[in-house]
Design a binder for this molecule. Sequence first.
Ligand code: BTN
Length: 261
Amino acid sequence: MSWTAEIENGLETGIVGRRIKYFSEVESTNSVATGMADAGAAEGTVIIAEMQMQGKGWMGRRWISPKDGIWLSVILRPRMSLAHAYRLTIVAGLAVAKTIRGYGIDAWVKWPNDVIIGGKKVCGVLTEIESETANLRYAIVGIGVDVNVDTQLFPEEIRTGSTSIKAELGHPVDRAKFLQRLFAALEYEYLRVKEDRFQGVLNDWRGMLATVGKRVQINTPIKTIYGEAIGVDSEGSLIVECRGGFLEKVVAGECIHLNRA
Ligand code: BTN
């Protein structure tokens, strides 16, 4: 059976993954998804690739995407203002963390959108949006999970900070089953956002956020912030207590945990 048939066989979703476009190799699933969304692809369409040659990461970085991982993009078309687009990234991080916990692994979210296990990154999310005035036309939610990847083969600068599900469990997992669970989790959280129940999503996300209580360094395009992460507000922004008790609210940025405990 082909991989897509395996995924579709027993899939319990109504939106996410009802249409799957599979590639053995692409530059970036996000780029393919953008082209397909522009051409009118349906909401929930998933683009998945065995390998990416030019995988895109946060802040213009490259995302290493060898075989045995899960590299996918979902096309979403919610009626949503641009100001709320970050909710889709929260949906993705939460859905991945919950899916991984389903394997008995202690996965957490590192603000804003990494999934980590024992302080090491196992998943990254890159959401790209297309807008019309103040509203979203579509969003491409790109998700990369090092499911069965041998992270020992990663370049040294990211090797020590990365892990995989295979490394955590000591054996590989069935990627088709992982995807079925992930699609179901994504759809569950996405419907909560669409049906105006974002507070429920936010509460679950808060409960899985490893960042609160940590000393952090946040790199934003304009400055670097040091302090203690003391919470997230109702929109998912991180509240950081800096020297002298001064509070900074950070909407987006790269977050580094300075202590692991
Ligand atoms: C990050 O830097 O943490 C975000 C990484 C996002 C990677 C995924 S893999 C599937 C999708 N296609 C891409 O080119 N990037 C995202």
